[in-house]
Design a protein. Sequence first.
Length: 303
Amino acid sequence: MNQEIIKCFNDLLGEEKVRISEPMNRHTTFRIGGPADYFLLPSTAEEVKKILEICKEKELPYFILGNGSNLLVSDEGYCGVIIQLYRNYGGITVEGTNIRAGAGALLSQIASAAKNASLTGFEFAGGIPGTLGGAVVMNAGAYGGEMKNVLKEVTVMTEQGEIMTIPAEKLEMGYRTSLVKKAGYLVLEAVISLKAGDVEEIKAIMKDLTEKRVSKQPLEYPSAGSTFKRPEGYFAGKLIMDAGLRGYQVGGAQVSEKHCGFVINKGNATAADVCGLMKDVQEKVQEQFGVTLEPEVKFLGEF
Ligand SMILES: Cc1cc2nc3c(=O)[nH]c(=O)nc-3n(C[C@H](O)[C@H](O)[C@H](O)COP(=O)(O)OP(=O)(O)OC[C@H]3O[C@@H](n4cnc5c(N)ncnc54)[C@H](O)[C@@H]3O)c2cc1C
């Protein structure tokens, strides 16, 4: 690793917020991934801006990480800078019926803050294990709800370090996509607009959705949630099951027996195992049903 670059980051953030050769299996819900050259934990927009400047000057590629719950990192890791916006960037404030939160706030924490303030509309997101930033980029959704329906505005930083606030109607939110994703913006903060509700009803909805997740999803194993996007007119999990792939395994990676839409890490799975399994699944589903499965999971590093 380059000592001059390490010094730049240490001077900017302090050594406790800079990690070198950081194993990415510690930062992904798949528990998979080799080392990242530089792993940074900024806590202000100013720090983020300066990191982007250093990356530009030193010609270093960078990647914004939330909770790594939709991510497969290569076994060789990532040659570049990981900028994680997580606990270090996760303040939550209730403002009337709105909630303002930093990109690193977990959706579960925001759902809990909404419940405590008797605000309804965010119950759907309580069980999605991502950060607000990741959820905005992906337009995360579940059980009939999606980020699109609750976002009021999003504050982003461009690659050039310019900060701007975009109102919801200009965010071009679609199925697992958004303007933020297309333009490669970095999400700093967002405001969620909810409605006054009844705390007991909110609790009951959240309990019901948690029970649904626990009974249907293989939460006892590391995974990245739904591996493939929902192809129009079909369900990925059902196609995979109908192709006879329930429990299909490559190395330590397996098509979950509980929910075929999930690829799970049965223990010591490598990124190569997951990737190989995904290719086999795509081929078999294409062959049998003529349907193309597109990955929902993001890939980082060399594959
Ligand atoms: C058990 C399980 C269940 C799941 N259930 C659901 C579900 O019901 N619905 C659903 O939609 N998803 C679900 N997911 C997938 C995942 O939780 C979501 O996609 C989530 O929004 C990803 O957030 P993250 O912070 O983990 O993002 P990461 O995985 O860290 O990153 C995902 C993408 O977002 C980008 N990103 C992250 N933060 C920022 C930021 N601040 N600015 C710019 N870009 C950023 C990354 O660069 C990357 O491209 C599930 C995952 C698991 C493991």
